[in-house]
Write a protein of this length. Structure first.
Length: 269
């Protein structure tokens, strides 16, 4: 493997990719800054459940801004690793996946009041998805197809394990009253959002040149970049909306009504 020395904007990316990347990264950076500006600790924030949401918003601020920078650096070639067959893999992208995606799933376990064991489990499982996915991406399809398929299998195994863990976290937090497939709490909704996006990524990976090369590399890279930014923005936005609703209800003095409607109390102990 070697580091590619071609200019990404000139040789690898079209004008459409550059524009889409700039727009997606601008949204990610802009919302990250807005979230940071809106999430400073306030004097009235005395409720432990609101502090938990505040902590998660702070994590998401850094994830969004970091993600925006990494999206823009994809227009450079300094971190592109060439495989023996001539395809290339954006190494920094996978490193950021390995760091930020476990932090997102950690937030779910943290908000649910899960045990430390559950928090560690879901973070390691998420890291497993990304690290084995990187291994599969670096393995050439033409000469080592079996090894590449094995890497994809292990990544898919970790993916299923994460879904199982999310379901377990919801079940334990609700004392058996909810699961990933039924319920109406905000915790279940955020887990469903996570799972939907987690299903899109492996599908796009299979289509692209890093996977089994069934579709145009340019199209797949644009879609992956858009989905990655959208997943992080929607995840952060949903938690931010929950916190804002919680705060407004608390200030108006009708918090019990909000808790009853959203069933937040039993998940935020």
């Amino acid at each position: 493997m070697g580091i590619m020395d071609s200019n990404m904007i000139g040789d690898q990316y079209s004008g459409v990719q550059v524009i889409c990347t700039a727009i997606a990264c601008s949204f990610s950076f802009g919302f990250g800054v807005y979230l940071w500006w809106s999430s400073h600790p306030k004097p009235h924030e005395l409720d432990e459940r609101e502090r938990k949401l505040q902590f998660c918003n702070t994590l998401n601020v850094h994830i969004l801004i970091w993600n925006a920078f990494v999206g823009l650096q994809m227009l450079s070639s300094f971190d592109n690793v060439a495989t023996p067959t001539g395809s290339w893999v954006d190494l920094t992208n996978y490193i950021v996946y390995c760091l930020t995606c476990p932090l997102e799933n950690f937030q779910v376990a943290f908000l649910a009041g899960a045990s430390h064991q559950r928090m560690v489990e879901i973070m390691m499982q998420t890291f497993g998805i990304m690290s084995t996915g990187l291994f599969a991406s670096l393995t050439p399809l033409d000469t080592e197809a079996g090894v590449k398929v094995a890497g994809f299998f292990f990544s898919a195994f970790f993916h299923g394990w994460v879904v199982y863990s999310l379901n377990t976290i919801i079940y334990e937090a609700s004392n058996g009253r909810e699961s990933l497939f039924e319920g109406r709490s905000y915790l279940r909704r955020v887990c469903v959002i996570e799972c939907i996006f987690w299903l899109i990524f492996p599908f796009l990976w299979c289509l692209g040149p890093e996977g089994f090369d069934w579709a145009s590399g340019m199209t797949v890279r644009i879609l992956l970049m858009i989905v990655n930014n959208a997943a992080k923005i929607i995840f952060a936005l949903y938690l931010f909306v929950v916190q804002e609703a919680w705060t407004k209800q608390m200030l108006r003095g009708d918090l019990d009504e909000f808790e009853q409607a959203d069933e937040l109390r039993r998940f935020m102990k």
